[in-house]
Design a protein around this ligand. Sequence first.
Ligand code: COA
Length: 334
Amino acid sequence: MSSAAIIGTGSCLPERVLTNHDLEKMVDTSDEWIRTRTGIRERRLADPGTAASDLAVPAATRALAAAGIPATELDLIIVATVTPDTLFPATACLVQERLGARGAAAFDLSAGCSGFVYALGVAGQFLATGVYRTALVIGVEVLSKIINWQDRNTCVLFGDGAGAAVLQSVPAGRGILGLHLGADGSGGSLLTLPAGGSRLPASSTTVQEQLHTIHMSGAEVFKFAVRVMGEASLKALEKAGLKKEDVDFLIPHQANIRIIEAATKRLGLPPKKVYVNLDRYGNMSSASIPVALDEAYRAGLLLRDHKVVMVAFGAGLTWGAAVVNWELDPPKGA
Ligand code: COA
């Protein structure tokens, strides 16, 4: 068996900023409540005409440029998202066409906010077994399109964005060292978009009842997240044959600063080893980790041979953690 390493990253954020103060004018909330309960100050919102693939393609193009790989070399494209352009065709196929990666296998993956870690794991298996050599993994969300802007419980939490990573097969012992994915379907109703699928097809009633927007039991998801973020990280470390003391950098899913702090504490890490951009972008679901990874890399925070843990939780309920040996030197000028 070989392994798979990240050889380039990229991201794309919409320009439009929605601050907590802007939200104060839309729902009964306050900047103080949002900052102290979540850690979020502002988030990015896509324009009405922007779909997931419009953010995914620039993120992917940047990742390919960083890797020095032409799109024609891609064997596989996985797009992790819960906000695809359409239910079908897969957004991955739209991205494949726009990148000019004709022939590459392409599919979407739905694992909520754990989507990027799941996709990394799936792509990693294809590369480790030698089926493919080069893969592109994207996490992208346009959550602003599925938010109920009258619901203060959810509308303050989320943002739009895309992050991408190019993976290539490497000898065993490098790249992805450990992976732990899991799910508990009994918690599915705690975080869901009820309508638009085969259970509740779109109708005027589903639209009136806001069933095409995010429905969440925040407190239950919070408790679940605090538990699984630490547990999943420790399991992935165990599979990698590493201890928590070996972790050089943690890239956690960016949902709530209190959840990140709990995971940080469980792993005994100092805050400087944990990347946080939640304050600027809110929760971008499956885009959170790849955007954070790209920013941390470009800021020169990730050094060659660093042991980097990525960990997420999300709708499903799902969780996932990956431990990677970072195989890149910081970019010039970082
Ligand atoms: N502004 C002001 N008040 C708000 C509010 C807002 N935006 N949103 C909720 N509240 C109110 C609630 O109505 C509640 O009022 P009540 O006590 O009068 O009923 C009160 O604040 C406390 O709500 P509670 O749910 O106990 O707050 P919390 O400390 O658990 O924080 C979340 C709420 C949503 C921030 C938190 O539960 C959370 O982050 N959960 C995880 C969500 C998540 O990560 N989802 C994505 C998964 S990938």
